[in-house]
Design a protein around this ligand. Structure first.
Ligand code: GLY
Ligand code: MN
Ligand code: MN
Length: 440
Protein backbone atom coordinates (compact mmCIF):
# COMPACT_ATOMS: atom_id res chain seq x y z
CA UNK A 1 0.00 0.00 0.00
CA UNK A 2 1.26 3.50 -0.75
CA UNK A 3 1.67 5.97 2.11
CA UNK A 4 -1.26 7.92 0.69
CA UNK A 5 -3.49 4.82 0.67
CA UNK A 6 -2.38 3.98 4.21
CA UNK A 7 -3.42 7.46 5.30
CA UNK A 8 -6.87 7.12 3.71
CA UNK A 9 -7.23 3.77 5.42
CA UNK A 10 -6.24 5.42 8.71
CA UNK A 11 -8.95 8.04 8.15
CA UNK A 12 -11.53 5.31 7.54
CA UNK A 13 -10.60 3.83 10.92
CA UNK A 14 -10.72 7.27 12.55
CA UNK A 15 -14.17 7.91 11.09
CA UNK A 16 -15.56 4.55 12.21
CA UNK A 17 -14.16 4.90 15.73
CA UNK A 18 -15.32 8.51 16.04
CA UNK A 19 -18.83 7.50 15.00
CA UNK A 20 -18.86 4.82 17.71
CA UNK A 21 -17.51 7.25 20.28
CA UNK A 22 -20.05 9.95 19.34
CA UNK A 23 -22.95 7.57 19.52
CA UNK A 24 -21.70 6.22 22.86
CA UNK A 25 -21.36 9.72 24.33
CA UNK A 26 -24.63 11.00 22.85
CA UNK A 27 -23.32 13.48 20.26
CA UNK A 28 -24.04 13.94 16.56
CA UNK A 29 -20.85 15.72 15.55
CA UNK A 30 -17.28 16.27 16.67
CA UNK A 31 -15.25 19.43 16.14
CA UNK A 32 -11.50 19.22 16.73
CA UNK A 33 -9.45 22.39 17.10
CA UNK A 34 -5.77 22.38 16.13
CA UNK A 35 -4.94 24.67 19.07
CA UNK A 36 -3.76 28.19 19.71
CA UNK A 37 -0.44 29.86 20.39
CA UNK A 38 0.59 30.25 24.04
CA UNK A 39 2.23 33.56 24.91
CA UNK A 40 4.77 33.70 27.73
CA UNK A 41 3.72 35.67 30.79
CA UNK A 42 4.06 39.45 30.41
CA UNK A 43 5.69 38.96 27.02
CA UNK A 44 4.77 39.04 23.35
CA UNK A 45 6.84 35.94 22.56
CA UNK A 46 5.05 32.71 21.83
CA UNK A 47 5.97 29.21 22.97
CA UNK A 48 6.65 26.74 20.13
CA UNK A 49 3.31 25.59 18.79
CA UNK A 50 2.11 22.06 19.57
CA UNK A 51 -0.95 20.77 17.74
CA UNK A 52 -3.81 19.46 19.89
CA UNK A 53 -3.16 15.69 19.72
CA UNK A 54 -6.77 14.82 18.85
CA UNK A 55 -6.48 17.01 15.77
CA UNK A 56 -3.06 15.55 14.92
CA UNK A 57 -4.64 12.08 15.10
CA UNK A 58 -6.64 13.00 11.98
CA UNK A 59 -4.52 15.46 10.10
CA UNK A 60 -0.81 16.38 10.07
CA UNK A 61 -1.50 20.01 9.12
CA UNK A 62 0.49 22.31 11.40
CA UNK A 63 -0.53 25.61 12.91
CA UNK A 64 -3.23 27.10 15.13
CA UNK A 65 -6.96 27.81 14.72
CA UNK A 66 -7.85 25.13 12.16
CA UNK A 67 -11.03 23.15 12.82
CA UNK A 68 -11.91 19.67 11.73
CA UNK A 69 -15.59 18.72 11.59
CA UNK A 70 -16.54 15.07 11.81
CA UNK A 71 -20.09 13.90 11.20
CA UNK A 72 -21.38 10.34 10.80
CA UNK A 73 -21.49 9.25 7.17
CA UNK A 74 -19.77 12.38 5.84
CA UNK A 75 -16.30 13.16 4.63
CA UNK A 76 -14.61 15.27 7.35
CA UNK A 77 -14.37 18.98 6.69
CA UNK A 78 -11.14 20.81 7.37
CA UNK A 79 -11.60 24.54 7.96
CA UNK A 80 -8.10 25.82 7.41
CA UNK A 81 -7.13 29.10 9.03
CA UNK A 82 -5.29 30.91 6.24
CA UNK A 83 -4.84 34.59 7.09
CA UNK A 84 -3.24 37.27 5.01
CA UNK A 85 -0.36 38.39 7.16
CA UNK A 86 2.97 40.10 6.65
CA UNK A 87 4.52 39.31 10.06
CA UNK A 88 4.66 35.57 9.62
CA UNK A 89 5.00 33.48 6.51
CA UNK A 90 1.69 32.43 5.03
CA UNK A 91 1.47 30.14 2.06
CA UNK A 92 -0.90 27.88 0.19
CA UNK A 93 -1.09 24.25 1.25
CA UNK A 94 0.65 23.32 -2.00
CA UNK A 95 3.53 25.69 -1.31
CA UNK A 96 3.95 24.42 2.26
CA UNK A 97 3.87 20.75 1.26
CA UNK A 98 5.65 21.07 -2.09
CA UNK A 99 2.56 19.90 -3.99
CA UNK A 100 -0.84 18.60 -2.97
CA UNK A 101 -0.45 17.13 0.54
CA UNK A 102 -0.81 13.35 0.65
CA UNK A 103 -3.64 13.72 3.14
CA UNK A 104 -5.69 16.38 1.31
CA UNK A 105 -8.09 14.08 -0.51
CA UNK A 106 -9.33 12.76 2.81
CA UNK A 107 -11.04 16.08 3.61
CA UNK A 108 -13.38 18.70 2.24
CA UNK A 109 -11.09 21.69 2.65
CA UNK A 110 -12.33 25.23 3.08
CA UNK A 111 -10.23 28.22 4.03
CA UNK A 112 -10.97 31.13 6.34
CA UNK A 113 -8.93 34.34 6.66
CA UNK A 114 -9.67 35.13 10.34
CA UNK A 115 -10.36 33.14 13.49
CA UNK A 116 -13.90 34.55 13.52
CA UNK A 117 -14.38 33.37 9.95
CA UNK A 118 -13.18 29.90 10.92
CA UNK A 119 -15.99 29.64 13.47
CA UNK A 120 -18.51 31.19 11.05
CA UNK A 121 -17.64 28.53 8.45
CA UNK A 122 -18.61 25.92 11.00
CA UNK A 123 -22.26 26.99 10.80
CA UNK A 124 -24.84 25.56 13.16
CA UNK A 125 -24.31 22.10 14.54
CA UNK A 126 -26.74 20.33 16.82
CA UNK A 127 -25.47 18.13 19.65
CA UNK A 128 -21.83 18.69 18.78
CA UNK A 129 -18.75 18.26 20.95
CA UNK A 130 -15.53 20.23 20.76
CA UNK A 131 -12.08 19.04 21.73
CA UNK A 132 -9.41 21.70 21.71
CA UNK A 133 -8.24 24.88 23.39
CA UNK A 134 -10.44 27.68 21.98
CA UNK A 135 -13.07 27.32 24.67
CA UNK A 136 -14.62 30.75 24.11
CA UNK A 137 -15.07 30.11 20.40
CA UNK A 138 -16.56 26.69 21.04
CA UNK A 139 -18.94 27.91 23.72
CA UNK A 140 -20.10 30.74 21.48
CA UNK A 141 -20.77 28.19 18.76
CA UNK A 142 -22.90 26.21 21.24
CA UNK A 143 -20.60 23.18 21.41
CA UNK A 144 -20.04 20.95 24.44
CA UNK A 145 -16.47 21.66 25.41
CA UNK A 146 -14.01 18.81 26.00
CA UNK A 147 -16.59 16.31 27.26
CA UNK A 148 -14.78 13.78 29.40
CA UNK A 149 -16.59 10.63 28.29
CA UNK A 150 -16.01 11.30 24.59
CA UNK A 151 -12.40 12.38 25.13
CA UNK A 152 -11.60 9.21 27.10
CA UNK A 153 -13.20 7.09 24.39
CA UNK A 154 -11.07 8.77 21.73
CA UNK A 155 -7.96 8.51 23.93
CA UNK A 156 -8.53 4.78 24.10
CA UNK A 157 -8.59 4.50 20.30
CA UNK A 158 -5.26 6.34 20.16
CA UNK A 159 -3.50 3.46 21.87
CA UNK A 160 -4.10 1.09 18.93
CA UNK A 161 -1.98 2.28 16.05
CA UNK A 162 -3.10 1.93 12.44
CA UNK A 163 -0.58 0.77 9.80
CA UNK A 164 -0.25 4.44 8.75
CA UNK A 165 0.70 5.45 12.28
CA UNK A 166 3.20 2.61 12.48
CA UNK A 167 4.81 3.93 9.27
CA UNK A 168 5.06 7.39 10.85
CA UNK A 169 6.59 5.96 14.01
CA UNK A 170 9.04 3.92 11.93
CA UNK A 171 10.04 7.04 10.03
CA UNK A 172 10.49 8.90 13.33
CA UNK A 173 12.69 6.05 14.54
CA UNK A 174 14.77 6.00 11.40
CA UNK A 175 15.42 9.74 11.72
CA UNK A 176 16.37 9.46 15.39
CA UNK A 177 18.70 6.56 14.59
CA UNK A 178 20.67 8.87 12.29
CA UNK A 179 20.98 11.30 15.19
CA UNK A 180 22.07 8.61 17.65
CA UNK A 181 24.78 7.37 15.28
CA UNK A 182 26.11 10.92 14.86
CA UNK A 183 25.98 11.46 18.63
CA UNK A 184 28.02 8.32 19.29
CA UNK A 185 30.63 9.39 16.78
CA UNK A 186 30.87 12.83 18.39
CA UNK A 187 31.12 11.33 21.88
CA UNK A 188 33.94 8.99 20.86
CA UNK A 189 35.82 12.04 19.55
CA UNK A 190 35.49 13.66 22.97
CA UNK A 191 32.71 16.13 22.14
CA UNK A 192 30.89 18.10 24.85
CA UNK A 193 27.18 17.70 25.68
CA UNK A 194 26.40 20.77 23.57
CA UNK A 195 28.46 19.50 20.63
CA UNK A 196 26.83 16.06 20.85
CA UNK A 197 23.42 17.71 20.89
CA UNK A 198 24.33 19.73 17.79
CA UNK A 199 25.61 16.60 16.04
CA UNK A 200 22.31 14.89 16.87
CA UNK A 201 20.06 17.69 15.64
CA UNK A 202 22.09 18.18 12.50
CA UNK A 203 21.88 14.50 11.60
CA UNK A 204 18.11 14.45 12.22
CA UNK A 205 17.80 17.59 10.11
CA UNK A 206 15.53 19.78 12.20
CA UNK A 207 15.57 22.52 14.81
CA UNK A 208 15.20 21.77 18.50
CA UNK A 209 11.52 22.58 18.84
CA UNK A 210 10.66 20.13 16.08
CA UNK A 211 11.89 17.25 18.26
CA UNK A 212 9.29 15.34 20.30
CA UNK A 213 11.07 16.40 23.52
CA UNK A 214 14.22 18.22 24.51
CA UNK A 215 17.25 15.98 24.13
CA UNK A 216 18.84 14.50 27.24
CA UNK A 217 22.57 14.50 26.53
CA UNK A 218 24.32 13.57 29.74
CA UNK A 219 27.99 12.93 30.24
CA UNK A 220 29.15 11.01 33.30
CA UNK A 221 27.39 11.89 36.59
CA UNK A 222 24.62 13.84 34.81
CA UNK A 223 23.31 10.53 33.46
CA UNK A 224 21.83 9.97 36.93
CA UNK A 225 19.49 12.95 36.45
CA UNK A 226 16.56 11.35 34.69
CA UNK A 227 15.43 14.41 32.77
CA UNK A 228 18.76 16.26 32.58
CA UNK A 229 18.38 19.35 30.40
CA UNK A 230 21.85 20.93 30.61
CA UNK A 231 24.28 21.15 27.71
CA UNK A 232 27.73 21.57 29.24
CA UNK A 233 30.86 22.54 27.33
CA UNK A 234 33.02 20.05 29.24
CA UNK A 235 34.66 17.52 26.89
CA UNK A 236 35.93 13.93 27.02
CA UNK A 237 33.26 12.24 29.08
CA UNK A 238 33.67 8.60 30.05
CA UNK A 239 29.97 7.78 29.68
CA UNK A 240 27.29 9.21 27.42
CA UNK A 241 23.60 8.71 28.16
CA UNK A 242 21.58 10.17 25.31
CA UNK A 243 17.78 10.09 25.30
CA UNK A 244 16.51 11.70 22.10
CA UNK A 245 13.81 11.15 19.51
CA UNK A 246 12.57 12.61 16.26
CA UNK A 247 9.20 13.40 14.72
CA UNK A 248 7.54 12.35 11.51
CA UNK A 249 4.07 13.55 10.49
CA UNK A 250 3.29 14.36 14.11
CA UNK A 251 4.46 11.06 15.62
CA UNK A 252 7.55 10.83 17.80
CA UNK A 253 10.18 8.25 18.66
CA UNK A 254 11.80 8.08 22.11
CA UNK A 255 15.16 6.33 22.15
CA UNK A 256 17.95 6.08 24.72
CA UNK A 257 21.43 4.72 24.33
CA UNK A 258 24.29 4.66 26.83
CA UNK A 259 27.88 4.44 25.67
CA UNK A 260 31.18 4.04 27.51
CA UNK A 261 34.45 5.51 26.23
CA UNK A 262 37.46 3.15 26.14
CA UNK A 263 38.89 4.74 29.31
CA UNK A 264 35.70 4.08 31.33
CA UNK A 265 35.88 1.93 34.49
CA UNK A 266 35.60 -1.73 33.45
CA UNK A 267 33.03 -2.41 36.20
CA UNK A 268 30.70 0.19 34.66
CA UNK A 269 31.33 -1.30 31.21
CA UNK A 270 30.28 -4.71 32.56
CA UNK A 271 27.08 -3.18 33.93
CA UNK A 272 26.44 -1.68 30.51
CA UNK A 273 26.83 -5.07 28.82
CA UNK A 274 24.48 -6.56 31.41
CA UNK A 275 21.87 -3.84 30.88
CA UNK A 276 22.00 -4.27 27.12
CA UNK A 277 21.41 -8.00 27.56
CA UNK A 278 18.55 -7.65 30.03
CA UNK A 279 16.87 -4.88 27.99
CA UNK A 280 16.79 -7.20 24.97
CA UNK A 281 15.48 -10.05 27.14
CA UNK A 282 12.66 -7.82 28.40
CA UNK A 283 11.82 -6.81 24.82
CA UNK A 284 11.75 -10.51 23.88
CA UNK A 285 9.00 -11.11 26.42
CA UNK A 286 6.61 -8.58 24.89
CA UNK A 287 3.50 -10.20 23.53
CA UNK A 288 -0.28 -9.78 23.85
CA UNK A 289 -1.77 -10.89 27.14
CA UNK A 290 1.14 -9.99 29.41
CA UNK A 291 0.52 -7.21 31.94
CA UNK A 292 2.93 -4.34 31.40
CA UNK A 293 3.25 -4.11 35.19
CA UNK A 294 4.49 -7.70 35.25
CA UNK A 295 7.17 -6.83 32.69
CA UNK A 296 8.19 -3.91 34.90
CA UNK A 297 8.55 -6.27 37.88
CA UNK A 298 10.64 -8.67 35.79
CA UNK A 299 12.81 -5.68 34.95
CA UNK A 300 13.43 -5.07 38.65
CA UNK A 301 14.32 -8.71 39.17
CA UNK A 302 16.81 -8.67 36.31
CA UNK A 303 18.39 -5.39 37.41
CA UNK A 304 18.66 -6.66 40.98
CA UNK A 305 20.32 -9.81 39.58
CA UNK A 306 22.83 -7.72 37.66
CA UNK A 307 23.63 -5.63 40.74
CA UNK A 308 24.14 -8.84 42.72
CA UNK A 309 26.39 -10.30 40.04
CA UNK A 310 28.45 -7.09 40.13
CA UNK A 311 28.74 -7.35 43.92
CA UNK A 312 26.98 -4.00 44.37
CA UNK A 313 24.10 -5.72 46.14
CA UNK A 314 24.93 -8.55 48.49
CA UNK A 315 21.34 -9.79 48.52
CA UNK A 316 20.33 -12.03 45.62
CA UNK A 317 17.77 -10.82 43.07
CA UNK A 318 14.66 -12.15 44.83
CA UNK A 319 15.67 -10.88 48.25
CA UNK A 320 16.76 -7.52 46.86
CA UNK A 321 13.41 -6.97 45.14
CA UNK A 322 11.53 -8.18 48.18
CA UNK A 323 13.38 -5.64 50.34
CA UNK A 324 13.02 -2.85 47.75
CA UNK A 325 16.79 -2.60 47.27
CA UNK A 326 16.61 -2.35 43.46
CA UNK A 327 14.36 0.71 43.64
CA UNK A 328 16.98 3.39 44.30
CA UNK A 329 18.89 2.11 41.25
CA UNK A 330 15.81 1.85 38.98
CA UNK A 331 13.37 4.50 40.20
CA UNK A 332 11.23 4.99 37.09
CA UNK A 333 8.73 2.89 35.19
CA UNK A 334 9.88 0.42 32.55
CA UNK A 335 8.11 2.36 29.83
CA UNK A 336 5.09 4.15 28.45
CA UNK A 337 2.84 4.26 25.43
CA UNK A 338 4.15 6.26 22.51
CA UNK A 339 2.49 8.03 19.60
CA UNK A 340 1.54 11.63 18.99
CA UNK A 341 2.57 12.32 22.57
CA UNK A 342 5.83 10.99 23.97
CA UNK A 343 4.08 9.81 27.10
CA UNK A 344 1.01 8.85 25.14
CA UNK A 345 -2.51 8.84 26.52
CA UNK A 346 -4.51 5.96 27.97
CA UNK A 347 -1.58 4.15 29.58
CA UNK A 348 -3.68 3.48 32.66
CA UNK A 349 -7.08 3.16 31.00
CA UNK A 350 -8.88 -0.16 31.18
CA UNK A 351 -11.31 0.48 28.36
CA UNK A 352 -13.03 3.09 26.20
CA UNK A 353 -15.23 4.25 29.06
CA UNK A 354 -12.19 5.60 30.84
CA UNK A 355 -12.06 3.21 33.79
CA UNK A 356 -8.67 3.75 35.30
CA UNK A 357 -6.08 1.46 36.88
CA UNK A 358 -3.60 3.51 38.89
CA UNK A 359 0.06 2.60 39.22
CA UNK A 360 0.69 0.20 42.11
CA UNK A 361 1.74 1.95 45.32
CA UNK A 362 5.15 0.25 45.23
CA UNK A 363 5.82 1.49 41.66
CA UNK A 364 4.24 4.96 41.57
CA UNK A 365 6.08 6.11 38.45
CA UNK A 366 4.90 3.29 36.22
CA UNK A 367 3.16 5.03 33.30
CA UNK A 368 1.20 2.08 31.97
CA UNK A 369 -0.84 -0.46 33.87
CA UNK A 370 -2.38 -1.91 30.72
CA UNK A 371 -2.47 -5.46 29.48
CA UNK A 372 -0.23 -5.63 26.42
CA UNK A 373 -2.30 -5.88 23.25
CA UNK A 374 -1.73 -5.93 19.49
CA UNK A 375 -1.46 -2.48 17.94
CA UNK A 376 0.03 -0.80 20.99
CA UNK A 377 3.36 0.98 20.67
CA UNK A 378 5.37 1.53 23.83
CA UNK A 379 8.88 1.89 25.11
CA UNK A 380 10.94 -0.63 27.05
CA UNK A 381 13.54 1.38 28.94
CA UNK A 382 15.16 -0.21 31.97
CA UNK A 383 17.61 1.99 33.84
CA UNK A 384 20.36 1.54 36.41
CA UNK A 385 21.63 4.73 38.02
CA UNK A 386 23.75 5.86 40.94
CA UNK A 387 21.53 8.62 42.33
CA UNK A 388 22.98 9.97 45.60
CA UNK A 389 19.67 11.30 46.97
CA UNK A 390 17.91 7.95 46.51
CA UNK A 391 20.79 5.87 47.89
CA UNK A 392 21.37 8.09 50.93
CA UNK A 393 18.60 6.65 53.15
CA UNK A 394 19.89 3.12 52.52
CA UNK A 395 23.37 4.00 53.85
CA UNK A 396 22.05 4.06 57.37
CA UNK A 397 18.93 1.91 57.00
CA UNK A 398 18.36 -1.66 58.20
CA UNK A 399 19.84 -3.10 55.03
CA UNK A 400 22.93 -0.91 54.75
CA UNK A 401 25.21 -3.96 54.95
CA UNK A 402 23.63 -5.40 51.82
CA UNK A 403 25.27 -2.71 49.63
CA UNK A 404 28.91 -2.38 48.55
CA UNK A 405 29.16 1.34 49.31
CA UNK A 406 32.79 1.57 48.20
CA UNK A 407 31.92 0.36 44.71
CA UNK A 408 28.83 2.57 44.63
CA UNK A 409 30.90 5.63 45.53
CA UNK A 410 33.45 4.78 42.86
CA UNK A 411 30.81 4.35 40.15
CA UNK A 412 28.59 7.31 41.12
CA UNK A 413 30.68 9.79 39.04
CA UNK A 414 29.72 7.75 35.97
CA UNK A 415 26.01 8.49 36.40
CA UNK A 416 23.87 5.73 35.02
CA UNK A 417 22.59 3.60 32.20
CA UNK A 418 19.30 3.62 30.30
CA UNK A 419 18.55 1.71 27.13
CA UNK A 420 15.25 2.47 25.45
CA UNK A 421 13.60 0.95 22.39
CA UNK A 422 10.16 1.49 20.86
CA UNK A 423 8.12 -1.65 20.30
CA UNK A 424 5.01 -2.36 18.24
CA UNK A 425 2.93 -5.21 19.63
CA UNK A 426 1.78 -7.66 16.96
CA UNK A 427 -0.82 -10.43 17.27
CA UNK A 428 1.87 -12.98 18.05
CA UNK A 429 4.61 -10.95 19.69
CA UNK A 430 6.21 -7.66 18.82
CA UNK A 431 8.32 -5.79 16.33
CA UNK A 432 11.21 -3.75 17.71
CA UNK A 433 10.94 -0.55 15.68
CA UNK A 434 14.20 0.83 17.05
CA UNK A 435 16.62 -2.04 16.61
CA UNK A 436 15.73 -2.25 12.91
CA UNK A 437 17.51 1.09 12.49
CA UNK A 438 19.78 1.14 15.52
CA UNK A 439 20.90 -2.44 16.14
CA UNK A 440 22.90 -1.46 19.21
N1 GLY B 1 12.36 10.75 27.01
C1 GLY B 1 11.51 10.63 28.11
C2 GLY B 1 11.23 9.23 28.44
O1 GLY B 1 11.98 8.35 28.08
O2 GLY B 1 10.23 8.90 29.01
MN1 MN C 1 10.58 6.98 27.27
MN1 MN D 1 13.32 8.56 26.51
Amino acid sequence: MTFNALFLDHLTTRQKQAEEALSHAGFDALVLGSGEHHTYFADDQEAPFHTVPHFAHWCPLQGPHHLLVIRPGQKPTLIRYAPEDFWYEQASLEAIWGGTPYWAEGFEIVEAPTTEAVWERLGKLAKAAFIGTDLAGAEKAGLSVNPDKLTKHLDWTRSFKTPYEVKCLEAATELAARGHKAALEAFLQGASELEIHHAYVQAVGCVDHELPYGTIVALDEKGAILHYEGKRHLRNGRVLLIDAGAKSHGYGSDITRTWAAPACDSRFKALLVGMEKLQLELCDEVKPGLHYGELHKRGHLKIAGLLHEAGILKADAEEAVELGLSKPFFPHGLGHHLGIQVHDVAGKQLGPDGEFKPSPAEHPFLRTTRVIDAGQVFTVEPGLYFIPMLLRPFRTGDHAAKFDWKQIDELTPLGGIRIEDNLLVTTTGHQNLTRAHLPN
